[in-house]
Design a protein around this ligand. Structure first.
Ligand SMILES: [Zn+2]
Ligand SMILES: [Zn+2]
Length: 292
């Protein structure tokens, strides 16, 4: 990781920028205080830029002090990025006819779009063009769970036939059509698609299962090792940085000692994971409709 290559203050200074942008990018993590906090981080980044980078203070750097205002006026950066704009421009140019009344046509097609979107919730899921929600892609009991599965079963169900009762699945699709992978899903190749945040805990989804008409994820929990901001204790930016950076980045133990059985419909946030020698650094995705 960069902290091994650069000195602590320089990394912390860069952290001001990254955390500031993360704050403005997704949900209002700190409510109405979000923009103000991001502004403090970005203006401090701007103020001290010259201490770390000589002769590189250009106009784009100056614009950082206006980001919070743009956020206040127009919303999160994820909603005003160029990809969505290009998307809609493409859609408009494809649907237009003739050379006049483009405004009316645009409104016409947008109305059709909204109508289709609204009607979708009345559709039977079996007829939906989307896949139906729930666990799918059946598999067998993962080796890791042989020891614990009977105690998991007794905690969930009173029947006596575990083999008939519990079924295992590789994947799960939630109400928003987001597909979660478990470790048992091998077609993911090298991508880490099975690491999630649930409540305030983190872990690897070993498998999905159904039991007694309910669906669960069995998650191998990785405990929080220390605060991410602890890497920057010696930096002058620590007090400013610690609160926001600790909501986006987490340092976890590599050893796991515990399995949790979690309702699949409770909130599972996918995480980006970086493996270090002595820990995992994870960051939950802040928004799903674009890459983070
Ligand atoms: Zn200006
Ligand atoms: Zn049972």
């Amino acid at each position: 990781m960069v902290r091994n290559l650069l000195d602590c203050n320089r990394v912390a200074h860069l952290g001001l920028f990254i955390t500031g942008i993360r704050l403005l990018h997704g949900r209002r993590v700190f409510g109405d205080a979000t923009a103000g906090l991001a502004h403090d981080l970005l203006t401090t980044f701007y103020r001290d830029h010259e201490m770390f980078y000589k002769y590189q203070q250009n106009y784009v750097l100056h614009l950082h002090i206006h980001y919070a205002e743009i956020y206040q006026n127009h919303g999160s950066l994820c909603n005003i990025n160029t990809f969505s704009q290009e998307d809609i421009m493409g859609a408009v140019s494809k649907c237009k006819h003739g050379s006049r009344y483009w405004g009316d046509q645009l409104a016409f097609y947008l109305n059709i779009d909204f109508a289709l979107k609204n009607s979708q919730q009345y559709e039977e899921s079996a007829y939906s063009i989307f896949g139906s929600e729930g666990v799918f892609d059946e598999t067998t009991l993962p080796v890791e769970l042989i020891q614990v599965i009977s105690s998991v079963h007794t905690s969930l169900c009173h029947c006596h036939d575990l083999n008939q009762c519990i079924k295992f699945y590789r994947r799960f699709r939630n109400k928003k059509q987001i597909v979660y992978h478990s470790l048992a899903y091998t077609k993911r190749q090298s991508s880490v698609s099975y690491f999630v945040k649930y409540n305030s805990l983190f872990g690897i989804i070993i498998t999905f299962m159904s039991c007694d008409d309910k669906q669960y994820a069995i998650i191998k929990r990785h405990a929080v090792k220390k605060k991410f901001s602890d890497y920057f204790v010696s930096s002058p930016y620590h007090s400013l940085l610690s609160k926001p950076i600790d909501t986006f980045f987490f340092v976890l133990e590599k050893q796991s000692l515990q399995f949790d059985v979690v309702d699949v419909y409770s909130s599972l946030d996918m995480c980006i994971v970086i493996e270090e020698d002595d820990c995992f650094i994870v960051s939950p995705l802040s928004i799903y409709h674009e890459h983070d």
